[in-house]
Structure formats: structure tokens, C-alpha cells
Design a protein around this ligand. Structure first.
Ligand code: GUN
Ligand code: ZN
Length: 659
């Protein structure tokens, strides 16, 4: 019922399937008031809406009509409808006149597509005892809901809301317990007070801790989040659904939403966007209008900017530029910038979901970019790689660096023990922002060339580089640092390097493809793949490596856009032979073995295990439980998702071993 189509960071473009149609996510569900709905939200882009079952239940007329004709007739919307349970009223008024069981039965009776149990939205910063006992009740009610659904064989999809206030361990515990229940959707609740008070940093903590324990195969809904300013950030954390009463509540108050914040009509000289309303009317026109007409027009604008932002976010996910969008949006308010910085603490969580290669380049938009998963991942790879005796650190040139690093390289200073350097026993790396050190052999691999940053460095970047270099030089006996590099760096240096030999970088294509293979598939992959009579074919036009053979047998192709290696049948065999299980493997069950052998795509539900280092778009090996090679292809999802999903494609197979 939920499938992922594209991903970037923890954000995903997905499809949620319901009886009343499919919904493309991330999606916004406008809140519909069951009695006084003024705006036709479908007309402005809503594919799914949310309304309140409790308000209908409490109103005799609405209740009778809903029971008789169903909720879709009642609110005049024929797409999917989610209903809330009265929990929000509970949090505002302290009490509701309905039980969990009753509200579940009622939602089923009025044929809601997605119903909600009566969770308890615990406010932020309450006593721990209160947060705990509320959470226990929320969990109990969620269990009751799932049992109710199973016993009565009900089709209605179920929301199980994560609570736990601002206690992060409680959020994790609640999410973990709820995930065991196998509900259909997982909202994160009680975040409205955090958003209203601009506690976005706490919002990041609450959402990321909930996400740590929620399944990847279910949609996550950030309850009550309706301001477009925070959509990109929340999508990057893994939220798939938002609901908004904001569009109408703000309109009632003469306030216009935008991704840069909120505008009060009384302050506007200019209309803030180019929607139908903003191009047709001036602020004076609106101010002169009767209240209701004005409210509806502002609501229309508010819906427009909200849906436009979600379109932009989905496109950014397709392009691989979601974090650039987040960083741009988070400059709209200091509290958002703080939230972005807080998200940096969760980079390892994001990294598990972030594809290694993206269509768009990595843009450094400020010191926060140093915390991105791409950077963390690269530094981790550098630490793991086998080191030569010495290290030579070079200044950045145009990219790809290796193309412009030629001839005699200039003056160097020494760090560490002094001895005559053997250029064959030295690693050559360029120092640059944001990736710290980039070995020249792998500099064409995404994102090491596919990135851009300002030439004038900020203080944070310099400190970041210093810290990393100070750590990294310890792996080497002697480090030569180029004179143009050292002026930025505060590390203990010896003298100028004096020697009879010039420092030059000798390009070596075989070393290069081996280094790329190690970087891509793990240390040892280069030796595994490239043995025999290695023959490298380059593009006549660009000079870039295209195909690598052993004699006449193709081992790999190199993709021009990101320099990653694409296995051939021979390449897959070699990698499989030499690289130990489970590296680069996706293990499928007996049933799917013949299909994989034939070269058919592998679906998640047949995968029994998989290398935890696999990320979406990686080249992988498909094996059976005895580690027999069945096929090879491209992962559509990351390891976490492949293991959890029961629907959708895991591997787009390039070839089965039978053919
Ligand atoms: N709407 C906004 N917040 C919440 C919440 O925590 N629970 C429910 N059920 N609805 C909400
Ligand atoms: Zn507008």
C-alpha cells in the first residue's frame, strides 16, 4: 500500500494506495471542517484530505448523514479521506465524550479510508511521569485498534500515533512498540506546540528519534504541520504526509503563508507570489473586501503556496537536491537554521538512506553543508582505505583535480618524520571544501568532482579541515604539504621540503580504476576485478575511461556522469569470487531464484538478507542463501528499506547468470 519511487536523504517520493485512489507523497492533506467548509480544496490541488470523526460524531445531523451516506458524500470529496479521532480536542479541552473503541467503530461505519485511534497528545516539556503514563495509554489504544481491525476484518487503514512528549527515549520506545503492531501509517503527534513556539530544534529531535524506530515501509505523517516553511526540512527527515488547518486558520486572521514565513495583510504593499489571487488582486483590493470573500481568497493563496512547495520538494528528491532546498529554506528564520544544525547531529541516520550518486551536484551553501551525509561518508571511507607510507597534500585546482594537477607541483613543507620520499609509496590528495581530502585517483567519482563551494572559505570550513587533517596525518610517516595549502592551516610544520627530486603526480589508469573499485565496492575490490591483461578503453571525445577489459572480456563500464563502475557478467563473477559474504550482496529466497537467474527484477518481498552498506542506486550482486551468484543489477532502495519492504522492486537486474 506504500511504495517508494525516488529518494534523497531520508526524503522519499512515494505512492500511497487507498480504496479511493493513489496519493503521491510527500502530500499535504488540507483539514476539512465537516460543517463549515468554504474552500474547494480539490480544485487547488488536494489529492487527499483529513477531517475530524469526533466532530461529526458529536453533531447529531452530521452523524446521521455520515452513517447513512458515508463520509465521502458528507464532505463532498471522492478522493481518499483520513479522519482524526478527537485526540486533538482531548488535548485542548482535557476530555472527550467518546471511547477509543467507539471512535474506531464510528470511523469504520462512515467508511473512512484512514482512521485514527484515540491517542493522547502529551504536550512538550511535561513531567516524565505524565509523558510515560500518557504513552502507555496511547500504546494500549493503538493495540486495541489493531486488534479491532483484525477481529472484524476491516479494510480501513490505521494510524498509530507516536507520542512521548519531548522525552526522546520515550519517542523511540513508543515508535518501536507501535512498529511491532503492524499498523498502516505512523503519524508523529503532539508537535503543534513545538511548531507554534518555533521550537524547531526540539522538533528535529522528536522527529528523528521517532524515525529511528519507525519502519521505512510505512508512510509517516507529521500531525498538524501545515506551514510550508518547514515542509522541506521535515521531508528530509522522512515525513511523507502533512496536514494543514493552517491554510484556513491563517486566512481567518488575514495572514498569508509563504516559504519565507508569514505575511500579515495589513503590512503588505505587494502581493507575495504569482498565484491566481496574487496576480489578480492588490493588497488594497483584499483589504477592501468583505471578510469572507477575503478569507477564501487568502486560503486559496495559502493552499497554492503549500502545494507548490510540495511539488518543488518532490522534484528536488528526483534531482537529488533536497538538502540544498532544506538549507535554503532554513535561512528563512534563525530557529529553522538552528534546526538544520541540529539535524547535522543525525547525519549517520540520514546517511543510511542517502544514495551515493545523485543527478545534481553537491552545493556548499554554508557551514551546515559540512554536516551532510555525503561528507561524513567520504571521511569514513578515507579512514578505512589502506594508506601508503607518506601523504602529499595539494591545493585545489579546477575539477576534476587530477586533470589539472600536472607537471612539477611546486614547493612543499614537511609534517612528521623527515626522509626522502618515494613517490610510488605516497598518497596524493587535494585539500578542499567540503570533502576535506580527495585522493587524486578517485576524484572523478560522485560527489568529489560534482560539487561546488565558494573560493573564499569561512571560518568553520577552515576549522573543519584543520581538525580533519590533524587527525588524518597521524596515519602517515611523513606528510608533504603544498605551500599554497599551509597558509590556511594551523598544524605543526617542519621545514621546507628539500630534495633532488621534483614532486610530480604520475597518472596511472589501472591504479585509478582499482582505487575507484575499492571506494565503490570495498577495499580489495580493485584487485578482485582487475587482474589479467587489463585493457582500458577511453572515449575519443572526452578522454574519459569508458570500458575496462581483461583481454577482450569486458569487466566493467565506467559511467560518465559519476565515474561509478557498472559490472559486466565477468565483473560480477570476479567481485563475487573475491569479496567476502555479505559484501555487495542481496540474498534472495528459493522461490525467486529462477527469476533472478533469468534476469528478472528482484522484489523486496523475496529478499532475506542484504549487505547493510547498500544504498539506493548501488551496483549489487544477487545471490541465494548458499551465496551462489544468481544475477547482478542496480539497487532501487537502500539496505534498510530493502530488508523491510514487502512490496516494490529491490533490484533492477542487469543480467541473470543463466543468460
Ligand atoms: N493533531 C495534531 N496533533 C495531533 C496528535 O498528537 N494526535 C492526533 N490524533 N491528532 C493530532
Ligand atoms: Zn499568492
Amino acid at each position: 500500500m506504500f511504495e517508494i519511487k525516488a529518494k534523497d536523504n531520508m526524503g522519499r517520493v512515494g505512492v500511497l494506495k487507498t480504496k479511493h485512489g493513489d496519493v503521491k507523497t510527500p502530500a499535504l492533506m488540507p483539514v476539512i471542517h465537516p460543517r463549515k467548509q468554504a474552500v474547494d480544496v480539490a480544485k487547488y490541488g488536494a489529492d487527499i484530505v483529513i477531517t475530524n470523526a469526533y466532530l461529526i460524531y458529536k453533531d447529531e445531523d452530521l452523524k446521521a448523514k455520515a452513517v447513512e451516506e458515508g463520509i465521502h458524500k458528507l464532505i463532498n470529496f471522492d478522493g481518499p479521506i483520513m479522519t482524526d479521532s478527537g485526540s486533538f480536542q482531548l488535548s485542548v479541552y482535557g476530555d472527550v465524550e467518546i471511547t477509543n473503541k467507539e471512535v474506531l467503530e464510528f470511523q469504520e461505519l462512515i467508511k473512512t479510508d484512514i482512521g485514527t485511534s484515540l491517542d493522547i497528545p502529551t504536550a512538550p516539556f511535561v513531567d516524565r511521569e505524565k509523558a510515560e503514563s500518557d504513552m502507555e495509554i496511547t500504546l494500549e489504544r493503538a493495540r486495541e485498534a489493531v486488534e479491532f481491525k483484525k477481529e472484524n476484518n476491516i479494510e480501513m487503514l490505521l494510524n498509530s500515533v507516536v507520542q512521548g512528549s519531548t522525552y526522546l527515549d520515550l519517542r523511540r520506545e513508543c515508535a518501536r512498540e507501535l512498529t511491532k503492531l503492524d499498523a498502516d501509517l505512523y503519524p508523529i503527534g503532539a508537535v503543534v506546540p513545538l511548531m507554534e513556539s518555533y521550537h524547531y530544534r526540539d522538533l528535529v529531535d522528536v522527529v528523528m528519534n521517532s524515525m529511528k524506530e519507525l519502519g521505512d515501509d510505512t508512510p509517516r505523517h507529521l500531525m498538524g504541520a501545515g506551514h510550508p516553511m518547514i515542509f522541506a526540512l521535515c521531508v528530509a527527515m522522512g515525513c511523507d504526509l502533512f496536514d494543514s488547518a493552517a491554510y484556513i486558520l491563517y486566512a481567518e486572521d488575514d495572514r498569508l503563508l509563504s516559504t519565507r514565513g508569514t505575511y500579515k495583510l495589513e503590512n503588505l504593499q505587494e502581493m507575495p507570489c504569482s498565484c491566481e489571487v496574487c496576480t489578480k488582486y492588490t493588497p488594497d483590493d483584499l483589504r477592501a473586501m468583505p471578510k469572507e470573500q477575503r478569507r477564501d481568497l487568502i486560503a486559496q493563496h495559502n493552499l497554492h503556496v503549500s502545494f507548490a512547495e510540495l511539488r518543488l520538494i518532490r522534484q528536488a528528491i528526483y534531482d537529488g537536491s533536497l538538502m540544498e532546498l532544506v538549507e535554503e529554506r532554513c535561512r528563512a528564520h534563525p530557529a529553522l537554521l538552528e534546526a538544520r544544525r541540529q539535524l547535522g547531529l543525525y547525519s549517520r541516520d540520514l546517511e543510511k538512506y542517502d544514495p551515493r550518486s545523485k543527478k545534481s551536484a553537491f552545493f556548499y551553501t554554508g557551514p551546515e553543508s559540512l554536516l551532510r551525509p555525503e561528507v561524513i561518508r567520504h571521511l569514513e571511507k578515507l579512514r578505512e582505505m589502506p594508506k601508503k607510507r607518506d601523504l602529499i597534500i595539494l591545493p585545489p585546482t579546477r575539477k576534476p583535480y587530477s586533470k589539472f594537477t600536472t607537471g612539477k607541483l611546486g614547493e612543499f613543507y614537511i609534517y612528521g618524520e623527515q626522509h626522502e620520499i618515494d613517490l610510488d609509496d605516497a598518497d596524493f590528495m587535494v585539500l578542499d571544501i567540503p570533502f576535506g581530502l580527495i585522493p587524486l585517483e578517485i576524484d572523478e567519482v560522485y560527489p568529489l568532482s560534482q560539487n561546488d563551494s565558494p573560493k573564499t572559505r569561512d571560518v568553520d570550513s577552515i576549522e573543519f579541515i584543520e581538525d580533519f587533517i590533524n587527525e588524518f596525518v597521524e596515519y602517515y610517516d611523513q606528510v608533504l604539504i603544498h605551500s599554497r595549502v599551509i597558509k590556511d592551516l594551523d598544524i605543526g610544520l617542519y621545514d621546507k621540503y628539500e630534495s633532488s627530486q621534483d614532486i610530480r603526480y604520475a597518472k596511472d589508469d589501472v591504479k585509478k580504476v582499482k582505487a575507484i573499485a575499492d571506494y565503490q565496492f570495498g577495499v580489495g575490490a580493485g584487485e578482485a576485478l582487475f587482474t589479467g591483461n587489463i585493457n582500458i578503453e577511453k572515449s575519443k571525445k572526452t578522454g574519459k575511461i569508458r570500458h575496462i577489459y581483461d583481454g577482450k572480456v569486458l569487466i566493467v563500464n565506467m559511467r560518465a556522469s559519476d565515474s561509478y563502475l557498472i559490472l559486466s557478467k565477468e565483473g560480477a563473477k570476479r567481485l563475487h569470487n573475491k569479496m567476502p559474504y555479505p559484501q555487495n550482496r542481496v540474498v534472495v529466497n528459493k522461490d525467486s531464484e529462477p527469476f533472478a537467474l533469468e534476469g528478472k527484477s528482484v522484489f523486496c518481498k523475496f529478499v532475506v538478507e542484504c549487505d547493510e552498506n547498500i544504498r539506493a542506486r548501488d551496483e549489487v550482486l544477487v545471490v541465494n542463501e548458499e551465496d551462489k551468484l544468481l544475477a547482478y543489477g542496480k539497487a532501487m532502495l537502500g539496505a534498510c528499506e530493502i530488508s523491510q519492504f514487502n512490496t516494490g522492486q529491490a533490484i533492477k537486474t542487469r543480467k541473470g547468470m543463466k543468460k
